[in-house]
Ligand binder design. Sequence first.
Ligand SMILES: NC(=O)c1ccc[n+]([C@@H]2O[C@H](COP(=O)([O-])OP(=O)(O)OC[C@H]3O[C@@H](n4cnc5c(N)ncnc54)[C@H](O)[C@@H]3O)[C@@H](O)[C@H]2O)c1
Length: 370
Amino acid sequence: MIVGVPKEIKTAENRVALVPAGAESLTSDGHTVLVERGAGVGSGFSDEAYSGAGAKIAGGVEEVWSQAEMILKVKEPIEPEWPRIRKGQVVFTYFHFAASEALTKAIIKSGCVAIAYETVQLPSGELPLLTPMSEVAGRMAVQEGAKYLEKVHGGSGILLGGVPGVLPAEVLIIGGGVVGTNAAKMAAGLGAHVTLLDISLDRLRYLSDVLPENVDLLYSNRHNILDQLKKADLVIGAVLLPGAKAPHLVKRVDLKLMKPGSVIVDVAVDQGGCIETIHPTTHENPTYVVDGILHYAVANMPGGVPRTSTLALTNATFPYAKRFARDGWRKACKADPALRLGLNVVEGQVMYPGVAEAFNLPLVDPQTLV
Ligand SMILES: NC(=O)c1ccc[n+]([C@@H]2O[C@H](COP(=O)([O-])OP(=O)(O)OC[C@H]3O[C@@H](n4cnc5c(N)ncnc54)[C@H](O)[C@@H]3O)[C@@H](O)[C@H]2O)c1
């Protein structure tokens, strides 16, 4: 199979969908890997690294799209890419169809096989191709929070870990899923005192077994949130209600309870945020102040560390890409129900209920195809 890797062209996107190690594995399986010139540079992978791994470097983007039987990408195709997508071509990437009717229509029209990272789902309910980005964002939330607590960045001037004789910072984490757990590990590792809130008792029980001593676990309700806000130096929002907007668990009036110069990092901002005063920011201009509290709300945090994010993402996506290349999408999806859930639009037919519902389109059961 000819596998194509175009350079991402969405603004400030530096990730790439295949690393040289993946190219080496595919070429040694007998596939042809066609990488657009410069595709890996933003993540620290040179063209030479890809050609050394057996890939061919394509001079132009057209060559990649016109020759590849399967395209590996990171972000959803944006408008200039739409006319390049061919009938029957497999496109494996994040799509987030429900957020864009125009993209959905373009993909239906193209006749391609659109397999979305975000809907590949294991029988346990886990979304294995979203998890790595939540891991990155959770860990980064603490790093960013620590930075903005520094006086020079407008924070209250507290060191997360304190020093002998000086108490560490208080970190409050709301939501103990992938983001919250990774944030808790990082903050605890730096020596902060962490309090993590969740509404799932099962999750809290599990976390009590795996998190260190300096993390306290507390049931999430309004009373406990208000109580904790008074003490917190850093608040991390990490709540998710699957398929819904995040609930506003911290209201504007609650900010008055907090110490001036404290920092809020609302990772859930991509789902609307769990802090009422949050609105999305960018890596170029990541923070703003409301009522004396610093707000950090970058909607694509992993984009700030593309090297790590590319490696984390491709560790998770590559085994699936390898199977598509070896078996073809039909056989691979037949063999693995998790992958079947990734089928969103196939040759003009919508296969994923969320996409059909969003735009009132007829739904076809992927079982009929595979
Ligand atoms: N900003 C970014 O760059 C970025 C990157 C990755 C993920 N995210 C977002 O981070 C959020 C969290 O993602 P995740 O992967 O950790 O999700 P997850 O499903 O693993 O965890 C969410 C947790 O929130 C808990 N929860 C639900 N309601 C709650 C409440 N009222 N109080 C306390 N906890 C509550 C759930 O029990 C669950 O444990 C999502 O909105 C996700 O889209 C953002």
